[in-house]
Design a protein around this ligand. Structure first.
Ligand code: NAP
Length: 282
């Protein structure tokens, strides 16, 4: 079984991106800038933002975190986004989710100008991705895609089963795999007989949020399994795939932690650089 080492892949992607930033600086006398807006004190969000900032600095981006208390009003956030949209030193804007209840997520996502939407959540980017046009692609599915391509460069004709249909993971993942000529099945909580769907899959992307949902007898011998899940349990962080059972059967599998997670952040850096490049050449 191939253990798909997301940490190693992410480190190698970051190195490439670091070189790219050096070249961009030579060419444009400027580096890409990433600004993250963090609202409130949620511990996981604090950790994610710290890791994003660390990676951005490591690669040489001009990175900033703007922090607001949990009770900040929506108008203040929208005004800040509007200012950042106009700021030429900012290539990418990310508002860390989840937001406090009194702030409308849709309004916030739509306030970010699509050309600086490094998360790829703006409806214009979602539409561009599904139309096969250039767009920012949500970081986690993009990371899954890179890991998959590393194991299987030619995905054409493969049967892919995606578990979960969120805007963050399942839906953009389906678009990426369709573009690679996979035959894609998207499953969700109302899917009947998930096990039999999985048993037909050459590729399974599990993005559900249910610890160890995918069992050893759900998978084919040569399947490639990408586990997006991050679930806090009594035995620590586990994925959506029963690692112990599934690792004995399949061709390749990502661990949790150390699989998709590190790639997500590296892809955020990549998206920021891509946003910068598009503005320099347009
Ligand atoms: P989400 O928005 O809660 O979506 C979960 C999806 O799973 C929904 O589409 C839901 O179906 C489906 N589902 C629920 N129960 C199911 C079942 N029994 N069988 C089949 N499908 C079922 O979650 P998400 O944001 O996509 O996140 C999924 C997991 O990925 C979480 O563990 C999260 O922590 C993790 N995650 C990891 C990263 C990373 O960097 N590694 C990034 C983001 C998220 P319905 O649509 O019918 O409700």
């Amino acid at each position: 079984m191939i253990l798909i080492d997301g940490k190693k892949e992410a480190a190698s992607l970051r190195l490439k991106l670091k070189d790219e930033v050096i070249e961009l600086k030579k060419k444009f006398n400027n580096v890409p800038g990433l600004t993250v807006i963090l609202i409130g004190e949620l511990a996981p969000s604090q950790i994610y933002v710290r890791n994003k900032e660390k990676s951005a600095n490591e690669v040489g981006l001009n990175s900033h975190v703007i922090r607001y208390p949990n009770d900040v009003d929506e108008k203040t956030i929208l005004k800040k986004i509007n200012d950042l949209n106009k700021d030429n030193s900012v290539s990418g804007i990310l508002v860390q989710l989840p937001l406090p209840k009194h702030i409308n997520k849709k309004k916030v996502i739509e306030a970010i100008i699509p050309s600086k939407d490094v998360d790829g959540f703006h409806p214009i980017n979602v539409g561009n991705l599904s139309s096969g046009y250039e767009s920012s692609i949500p970081c986690t599915p993009l990371g899954c895609y890179f890991l998959l391509k590393k194991i299987e460069p030619n995905l054409s004709g493969k049967k892919a089963v995606i578990i979960g249909r969120s805007n963050l993971n399942g839906k953009p993942m389906a678009q990426l795999l369709l573009k690679e000529n996979c035959t894609v099945t998207i499953t969700h909580s109302k899917t009947k007989n998930l096990k039999s769907e999985c048993l037909m899959a050459d590729i399974i992307i599990a993005a559900v949020g249910i610890p160890k949902l995918v069992k050893g007898d759900w998978v084919k011998k040569d399947a490639i399994i990408i586990d997006v899940g991050i679930n806090k349990t009594d035995e620590g962080i586990v994925g959506d795939v029963d690692f112990e059972q599934v690792s004995k059967k399949v061709k390749a599998l990502t661990p949790v932690p150390g699989g998709v997670g590190p790639m997500t952040i590296a892809c955020l850096i990549k998206n920021t650089i891509d946003c910068f490049k598009r503005t320099q050449t347009n």
